[in-house]
Design a protein around this ligand. Structure first.
Ligand code: NDP
Length: 373
């Protein structure tokens, strides 16, 4: 069987509503990257990556490919990493921060946006600190570990007059744009059933994802969010109720704080049901939808790709893109043009997902159907 350990998962697995001009006074652009742009000749949005782990590495590569954004700064707890990144990406010393002196970024006009790529429970603190420093923010998914935290993050960004996005890379990916179109435009009629699953085998006991306080939850928080997201954007609806069941805990030592796996069912107002699963105990990466007059599916479907999919009419065939560069370009372009980000990638969207995640956990714990108000 194909190896889908975390490392290979990270390698293999991974719409736009019209934006309106910002009424808010946004922080002005400062000296921007001197690097030559591939096609966009104007000033780029200068991004500081906060937390230099695995995904920050992918974002750094995406930033290199980006037309509208450039890697201008870093925030890290490890001086040795700072040195390494400084050399590799030609980052000036004055644009390098640690978690203690991070607030000084407010005085740095060379940074326009902070991209928070820290473990989940830290998204709130660093989003709020970045906003108070007058920087736009992209925070990684899950937006945070509770709806209360998400609300505080949204408020801090609003109060500071900066924009807040969540790192939903699949919102710009061609296969996902297509399944969204197929579902929402009812190309095969009303979607009745969605099956969405994402999981990989986890075997590293030191991984923060297994610690409840910093991860907020297990595979549901980390991976299940893609099942929730895809069902929501394919249907264009919000679930009204959920039922859920924790899977068996086959390794009590490894999964002492978070679930090993979870299955849940979401009921949508148009009559569709989504049956979803997420796990650190088995490998799965698929999306399937059955509608009145046909079906569409992808496997791999929710990871980093490359994706493979088909509909009742034949194979889906779209170019493979750099998901991170495409996402950064879409966000960067709008901020450069002083326009609002579309609601499907903002903090409000992140909050909707966390609300559903909280309902799924409540349903699994109680064994009851939970209504989502
Ligand atoms: P990693 O563990 O690889 O990196 C996290 C980094 O955060 C560390 O390298 C460290 O950076 C910093 N950090 C600060 N405090 C802590 C702490 N207490 N414990 C661990 N790390 C700490 O995680 P990922 O990069 O995989 O994930 C980071 C975020 O990105 C998560 O929210 C995750 O859900 C999200 N993500 C999103 C993906 C997507 O496809 N959109 C894919 C993968 C992850 P330093 O050493 O510089 O201080």
């Amino acid at each position: 069987m194909k190896d889908l350990s975390r490392r290979s998962f990270l390698q293999n697995l991974g719409m736009s509503a019209g934006a309106t001009t910002l009424a808010l006074a946004l922080p002005s652009f400062a000296t921007l990257s001197k690097k030559e742009s591939r096609t966009y000749p104007g000033k780029k949005l200068n991004v500081a990556l906060c937390g230099l782990g695995n995904y920050a590495g992918m974002l750094a590569y995406g930033l290199e490919q980006s037309q509208y954004c450039s890697l201008a700064g870093i925030v890290t707890g490890h001086p040795a990493k700072a040195e390494e990144w400084k050399k590799q990406y030609n980052i000036p010393e004055k644009n390098i921060y640690n978690y203690q002196n991070f607030d000084k970024i407010r005085n740095n006009e060379d940074i326009d946006l902070v991209y928070v790529v820290l473990p989940n429970a830290l998204h709130k603190e660093f989003t709020i600190r970045a906003a108070r420093a007058g920087k736009h923010v992209i925070t990684e998914k899950p937006m945070s570990i509770s709806t209360k935290d998400c609300e505080a993050m949204i408020k801090a960004c609003k109060d500071a007059g900066v924009q807040l996005a969540v790192g939903y890379r699949l919102h710009y990916e061609p296969y996902h744009l297509e399944i969204k179109r197929l579902g929402q435009k009812k190309i095969f009629g009303q979607v009745r059933l969605i099956e969405a699953s994402l999981g990989y085998k986890s075997d590293d006991p030191t991984q923060w994802r297994l610690k409840k306080a910093i991860a907020g939850g297990g595979p549901l928080m980390d991976l299940g969010i893609y099942c929730i997201q895809s069902s929501r954007y394919v249907l264009g609806e919000e679930p009204i109720s959920v039922t859920a069941q924790f899977g068996p805990n086959t390794n009590k030592k490894l999964f002492s704080e978070v679930e090993a796996s979870i299955n849940w069912q979401m009921n949508f107002p148009g009559g569709a049901v989504c049956s979803a699963a997420s796990s650190y105990n088995y490998n799965v990466d698929r999306f399937f939808a059955s509608a009145d007059e046909g079906q569409f599916e992808m496997s791999p479907g929710l990871s980093y790709g490359p994706f493979k999919g088909k509909t009742s009419n034949g194979e889906l065939n779209f170019p493979e893109i750099n998901q991170q560069a495409t996402q950064l370009d879409a966000i960067g372009k709008l901020i450069i043009e002083n326009k609002y980000l579309p609601s499907h990638i903002t903090g409000e969207e992140g909050l909707k997902d966390i609300k559903i995640i909280e309902a799924v956990y409540a349903a699994a714990r109680s064994g009851k159907k939970i209504m989502i108000g």
